[in-house]
Design a binder for this molecule. Structure first.
Ligand code: ADP
Length: 355
């Protein structure tokens, strides 16, 4: 889909940004470009839509040299999401999304339907958001609009240059999740620049690790972690977290079967054998019920504690299930079974048993 063949870039002041850079990106793939600051990630990305011209070498899109495309058509077919949220402040969200479709002379009705569909896709209710202006949205919401604006005219390729680096960690995590989901739905070719190795490994079908204008290793995240080809790769990736450091809400199960509502409990509608969690209508944890008796000093866990700490507690008490709470709200239950199957999955993946 996108191919860099022996591309070099030397800036007028003599800075060598890329040397003999070759990279193949297949259709529908999400490739993350990662490497130390100044290694040439942004230069590489900006060459795809011809914001920067190579000094030597050729870039092909679908087998055609990018210089052989009409530059406007080339750019319309490439969505671009920037680091700083670059919405037009005086335009509504709908008008912002409509910019490229209008240039492509789409009909009003088509543009409206497309805007609604895209806002829905990223969980922003169109009836609320279409007519707002960017200043009436949070940073995370604005960047979400930035992402769907890049998708609006249905481009084949999307370039993302550190799109989440200006966001707080929670919005960032949410958007990473959105992008992963969106990519699974739309299967566009995405080139994603980041300096965050966790983000690169989490999002990329393939990760391209660069250093001083060259490709050092291009591989799946798993291969990069399991089989780093050089010491540089190994050092860059660092020690991956042990599964014991994982926050327990990642491991906790849904376990609706061991949860009863306060309303049901108040009506006397509850089992008299086994352990159950009582929650109220707002999902707040009320208490536990063990063999029909309410237990008030039941051990509960906060969602963000690491697994090893939870296991220390588990060894002290003898409960069958442990409620996991986020801001007092019930988000799941943790059992030995959840922990064992999680560790089994994690270690099997590391041993190469599960691909
Ligand atoms: P990255 O995105 O990985 O941080 P860049 O592609 O922005 O790296 O930059 C690669 C190298 O090229 C750096 O050494 C940078 O200072 C240099 N560079 C980038 N743009 C220019 C420019 N317009 N003129 C001269 N040097 C530049």
């Amino acid at each position: 889909m996108i191919e860099f063949r022996d591309v070099k870039k030397t800036y007028p002041d003599g800075t060598k940004a890329l040397s003999d850079f070759s990279l193949q990106i297949n259709e529908g793939e999400l490739v993350t470009l990662i490497g130390p600051s100044g290694c040439g990630k942004t230069t590489t990305m900006k060459m795809i839509n011809r914001l920067i011209e190579p000094t030597a070498g050729t870039i092909y899109i679908s087998g055609t040299d990018i210089n052989d495309y009409n530059i406007h058509e080339l750019r319309w077919n490439i969505g671009y999401v920037l680091q700083q949220i670059a919405l037009f402040p005086h335009m509504t969200i709908e008008e912002n999304i409509a910019v490229v479709p209008e240039m492509k002379k789409w009909k009003r009705k088509e543009i409206r339907e497309r805007s609604e569909e895209l806002l829905d896709m990223v969980g922003l209710d169109p009836s609320t958001y279409m007519h707002r202006r960017p200043s009436e949205l949070s940073g995370g919401e604005q960047q979400r609009v930035g992402v769907i604006r890049a998708l609006a005219a249905d481009p084949d390729i999307i370039l993302m240059d550190e799109p989440f680096s200006a966001l707080d960690p929670i919005s960032r995590e949410q958007l990473q999740y959105d992008i992963k989901k969106l990519h699974q739905e739309i299967r566009k070719t995405i080139v994603f620049v980041t300096h965050d190795i966790d983000e690169a490994l989490a999002l990329g079908d393939k990760v391209c690790l660069m250093k001083e204008g060259r490709v050092i290793q291009v591989d799946t995240p798993q291969q990069l972690v399991l089989n780093p080809e050089t010491k540089f790769v190994k050092d860059f990736i660092g020690e991956r977290k042990s599964p014991w450091q994982t926050a327990i809400d990642v491991i906790a199960g849904e376990a609706e079967s061991c949860v009863i509502t306060k309303a049901a409990y108040d009506e006397g509608n509850y089992p008299t054998q086994g352990t159950f969690i009582i929650k109220d209508k707002d999902d707040k944890f009320v208490s536990a019920l063990v063999n029909g008796q309410q237990v008030d000093d039941f051990t509960v866990f906060k969602n963000d504690i690491p697994l090893y700490k939870a296991v220390d507690e588990l060894q002290k008490s003898h409960q069958q299930v442990y409620p996991v709470l986020k801001n007092d709200r019930f988000v799941g239950t943790l059992t030995y079974r959840d922990i064992i199957s999680y560790l089994r999955r994690e270690t099997a993946a590391k041993d190469g048993v599960i691909q």
